[in-house]
Design a protein around this ligand. Sequence first.
Ligand code: IPD
Ligand code: CA
Ligand code: CA
Length: 254
Amino acid sequence: MLKQTLLEATRAGASQLVHYFNRDFKISNKEGVNNLVTEADHAAEKAIIAVIQNTYPDHFILSEETGEIKSNSEYKWIIDPIDGTVNFANGIPICCVSIAVEKNGEMILGAVYAPILNEFYVAEKGMGAFLNDKKITVSNKTEVIRSCLVTGFPYTYLDSPRGPLQVFEELIRQGIPVRRLGSAAIDLCWVAAGRFDGFYEHQLQAWDSAAGFLMVKEAGGEVTDFAGEKFSPYQPQILATNGKIHNELLGYVK
Ligand code: IPD
Ligand code: CA
Ligand code: CA
């Protein structure tokens, strides 16, 4: 039932994304220079929340554009109505809906749907991760030097000693490919699917990482913060890998 509602809500959000993709829509700016929110983000969020509340009116909701709809429920839905908004606004198909369900503080379900790419990822705690109903697993690479990595950068540059550009430069100088797709949820799914061997980012929000985190775990990967501690989507740093390069990559981001 919970999973069915999750799938239905994800599809409802994605149909709004498809409806507005490459059409005219209103764009406004949030904090930061190019931190956009479009009419489509709001429409997708509205459609998603309507589906959830139709079945579970008393569940807690945390959604990027609306914020918190608080309740005492043990269930919490964590929603990014469109992850990869800058891509979306430029007609770049790397954008998706990302929704996770947490029960008593533990992530139990995650869905990431990139409808223009026709890729629907679903993860269920203890049951594995799936792309379009086919089980996915992380890659087998064992060395960072042989890996293909992905990262992202915050909208407002983070000036810290081991900031995003320092880590990026160190990897790139060694000839290690590091991609920048512009959707953290898709980055994480592509680690889960074995396309990338690792992903790191310095400053994410819970709605960016919650569903993708479960996807990587259920695909057999490892996810921690930059100190190598247990990952929580309520802190900003994420290192997600196939597990085999985790300690080595940790040395770069630490
Ligand atoms: C952003 C994307 C991007 C990441 C940013 C996020 P949005 O989310 O996930 O890949 O680098 O940190 O804010 O704004 O497109 O939902
Ligand atoms: Ca996001
Ligand atoms: Ca978003």
